[in-house]
Every structure is written in C-alpha cells, then in structure tokens.
Design a protein around this ligand. Structure first.
Ligand code: SF4
Length: 483
C-alpha cells in the first residue's frame, strides 16, 4: 500500500509499517537506549516539546499546535520519527533529499511549511501518537502547512509530487531497487551510519503488517552496498549498521553474489571501518556461517539481536514464526559456542491471543535458558491487515500488563547477574557523548553494552578508548578510562 500525504485521519492506517522485530516502541524494557537494539523510544529526535522550549515558540507540548500558528518559510520542513532504526534512517534519507533540494530543516512544527511524521504502524501506540498530532491540525484547518505521514523511504517520488503542490500523494512501486538509492542521506550521528541492505519481508508472522505494507524481500546489490560503505568511511564514519527487517535473509542479486556472512566480512574489510553491526536477524535464516564470520573478524560486532517472540512452540505456531522453541534454542547454542563471547538480545510479545499461563511459564524458562543480555518485551496489540486480527484479543489488558511485568522482572534479574560478571573487564568503547556530570562520558562496547565512565580528557567524542568496568546495573556498566 502506498504511503499517503494528507491530513485525513483514515489515511494513517495505510501508512507503511515496520517490522515488530525492527520497530518496537516506547514500552520496551531493559537494555540501553534502543536505537542500537532495534528500538527507538519515540520520539527520539526533534521532540516538539523540547524543541519548542529551545526555540521559544508557542508549542503546547507533545507535538501540539500553537493556537496562533506561524506559517513557516516556503522551503522549510520539520520531521518527527516514531519507531526503529529503519524509521530513523528513512527520516535521514527524506531529510537528505530535502536538504539537497534547498530546504531548511527546522526544529518546530510552527516554523515549518512541510511537516512529516514518519511512523511505524505496527505498534498501536505509535499510530495513536500520530493520530494525536494530526488531530491538532484538524483543530486548526487554516494552518497552511502541507502534512505528510510517511512510513517508508519509497515516498521520494511522493516528495517530488509534494513539491509540485499535490496535497495527496501516492508512493512508488515498492518492487524496485529505488527504495535503496537516494541522492543524499543526512545522517544524524557523525560516527555511526545506518545502511539498509534489504527491504520487505517474505515471512508471514500473523501479527505483522510488514509483508503487506513493505512488500516482498528485495536485497541491494553487494557492489552498491560496498560503494556506499567506502563513501561513508571516506566521510569519517567508522561504524556501519546494516539494516533490514530480516537482515540475515539478504540475497545478493548479482550473479554469484555474496551470502550475508560474506557481505559482513567484506564490509568489515573496508579501510576506515572499525565496527559493523546488523539488525534484525530472523532465527530461521541464522546460520553457522554468521557466527564463524563474527568469530574470525574482530570488526564484526559481537552482538546478535535474535527475536524469539515467545518461549512456547504452541504460540510460535499461532504467530507463524516458522521455528519451534527447540529450534530457536539450537540457534542460541550455536551463538554461545563461538570463541568470542557474543551478546544476544531479543524481542518478546506477551498476551498473544490464546496465550495461557503455561505458555508464559515457557517464555520465562526460555529466558533462563537463553540468558539474554537484553530483551524488549511488549504487550500484544491487534493491528489492521494482519492475520492475527481474526484471532480476537482474548487477553485483558490488565492481564497482559501483569505478564509483561513478570517477564521484565525475570529478565532484569538475569541482566543484573550477567552484568555483574563483567565488572573488572576492559571494553573498547566508541564514545557517543558527554554525560551531564563533568568528566563523565558514555559510549558502547562492541557487544552493544552502554558504559558510563569517567575520564580526565575533554575531547573523547567519536573516539575508541579502553574502559574498565567498575560497577553494573541491569542496563549498563559504569567504569573508568584506562589511561
Ligand atoms: S519476520 Fe515476521 S515480524 Fe519480522 S518483518 Fe517479517 S513478518 Fe514481520
């Protein structure tokens, strides 16, 4: 279904959706800021309330409109993102295209002529937030702005139509390689670049709209991927994160093309690239060759995000996940057998239609068996155009909340124990930013752990440094730079 650009509320349900595996929302738990683990708390950037405070505008918070809107310059745009890295990266592409055409990005709705909401519709909460934003526009029909609801970079043709004055726009045929190629992408992080290598999905999980909204899997050629990685390295990016709803289902379209594991190794060999991550992996397509690649190439990060969704084979069947509990645990055993310790994170849905207490108990026992380093757990919510919509929504919200809390508590205990075992170890950390406290910095290890650490230096941003862990919490480590 094409994306639509308009203020009609019924259009929103047609917005493109993200994988639940790659697009969870703000009720996620555990682990650190989710942008690295398949999740972005929404909104992660350009928070209208904060931006408005900074700009001194008349925002009323939470994206609300000023009652006396100031029309933005004709060539200004504002974009707000709800969802995962793929949504964020899509927004980066949209911003890049607009900047390349002479538009100026602004930090408030009030200051913008074009207003974009890039949303993941797989999560009811994300969709509701956009409904709320659009509701504010309806209250002020004289706003004079052009509103776009996006969900996929395929709308670039739509952008052209939007510029041409069309208020309602349909998108590209999704079955092309155009979705990958942009004139320019404005990346938000100066050290870490996202790069989509596969779009769409050929699986058919019963709760997920991605196969419907994003179409079948389409992989970008390895030559094209490598060309962009070289450019990124030349521009100073040292960490590359390869993206896809099922990134490890990558199939190089070139004759005698590379496997996903071969692509990982080749990307990691590009001069200037120090870290390569990938997300999200589907258990069915996760093979030994990926583990062997991580084992043999230090630049491949020792972290795998491998969503399980449930510990019960009965529920997995109802979800149409294509693997059993036992088959999934075999993949975990494969990862744990690596010479390098590889951290593993996962996604879990509680309250799927028909889920019993026994099913929940099996999910808890799977947590014990898998010993995840982080889990994003969610309550099931029925979404339009999914097979599970026909199954009803039999578990009351209160009960879903209880099950979610049980899962979170068990996983928190696991993480406390695992992180405590790391105290005393040394990690190479890519420094993401300075903490509010003087002399305190934050960064991530190859295993994607957050380390908050002290250092006497004042210019660490973007550097790789050695940090010794001196303490642990469920979601992060504290430490000190080794001088
Ligand atoms: S693997 Fe399943 S959950 Fe993930 S994008 Fe495909 S259909 Fe959706």
């Amino acid at each position: 279904m094409p994306p639509s650009f308009d203020v009609r509320l019924d259009d929103l349900t047609g917005a493109r959706a993200e994988s639940r595996e790659a697009a969870q929302d703000s009720d996620s738990i555990l682990a650190g800021p989710p942008s690295e683990l398949g999740v972005n708390k929404s909104p992660t950037r350009h928070s209208p309330a904060k931006a408005a405070r900074r700009a001194g505008s008349q925002h009323h918070g939470d994206g609300a409109w000023s009652t006396h809107p100031v029309l933005g310059d004709e060539r200004t745009f504002y974009i707000e993102t709800f969802g995962c890295q793929m949504n964020v990266h899509d927004s980066e592409k949209v911003a890049g295209v607009l900047l390349g055409r002479g538009y100026q990005q602004v930090e408030t709705v009030d200051a913008a002529k074009l207003v974009f909401y890039n949303t993941c519709s797989i999560r009811e909460k994300a969709a509701q937030k956009v409904f709320s934003r659009l509701g504010e526009f309806r209250k002020h029909p004289d706003h004079g702005k052009v509103i776009g609801v996006l969900g996929c970079v395929a709308q670039q043709e739509g952008l052209a139509q939007l510029e041409a004055g069309n208020r309602r726009v349909t998108g590209l045929d999704t079955d092309t390689d155009e979705t990958f190629e942009t004139e320019m992408t404005r990346r938000d992080n100066p050290f870490r670049a996202y790069l989509t290598i596969i779009e769409g999905c050929d699986k058919s999980c019963s709760y997920c709209v991605v196969p419907y909204t994003r179409g079948p899997e389409r992989s970008r050629s390895s030559a094209s991927v490598l060309e962009e990685v070289r450019k990124l390295a030349g521009a100073g990016y040292s960490e590359i994160q390869l993206l896809g709803q099922t990134v490890n289902s990558y199939r190089d379209p070139a004759p005698r093309g590379k496997t996903f594991a071969e692509l990982l190794v080749t990307v990691a060999a590009v001069p200037g690239i120090r870290r390569v991550r990938f997300t999200t992996s589907h258990p069915r397509d996760f093979g030994r060759d990926i583990v062997e690649a991580i084992d043999s190439v230090p630049a491949l990060c020792d972290h795998v995000h491998l969503p399980v969704q449930s510990g019960s084979t009965r529920v997995l069947r109802a979800m149409q996940r294509t693997y059993t509990r036992e088959e999934y645990l075999e993949k975990i055993a494969l990862i744990r057998s690596a010479r390098r310790p590889i951290s593993v994170t996962s996604d879990i849905i509680v309250g799927f239609p028909g889920e019993t207490e026994q099913d929940v108990a099996e999910t808890l026992s799977l947590l014990d068996a898998a010993q995840y380093d982080g889990v994003f757990a969610f309550q099931y919510s029925p979404r339009p155009n999914t097979a599970s919509l026909q199954m009803g929504d039999s578990i009351p919200e209160e009960e879903k909340g209880r099950r979610l809390a049980i899962v979170q508590d068990r996983q928190r205990e696991i993480q406390v124990a695992r992180n405590n075992e790391l105290v005393g170890q040394t990690f190479e950390v890519l420094v993401d930013g300075a903490s509010r406290r003087p002399g305190q910095w934050t960064g991530r290890s190859s295993s994607n752990r957050i380390l908050n650490f002290s250092s006497p230096h004042s210019d660490l941003l973007g550097q790789y440094i050695q940090v010794r862990a001196t303490g642990a919490s469920p979601n992060s480590l504290v430490g000190e730079q080794i001088i």
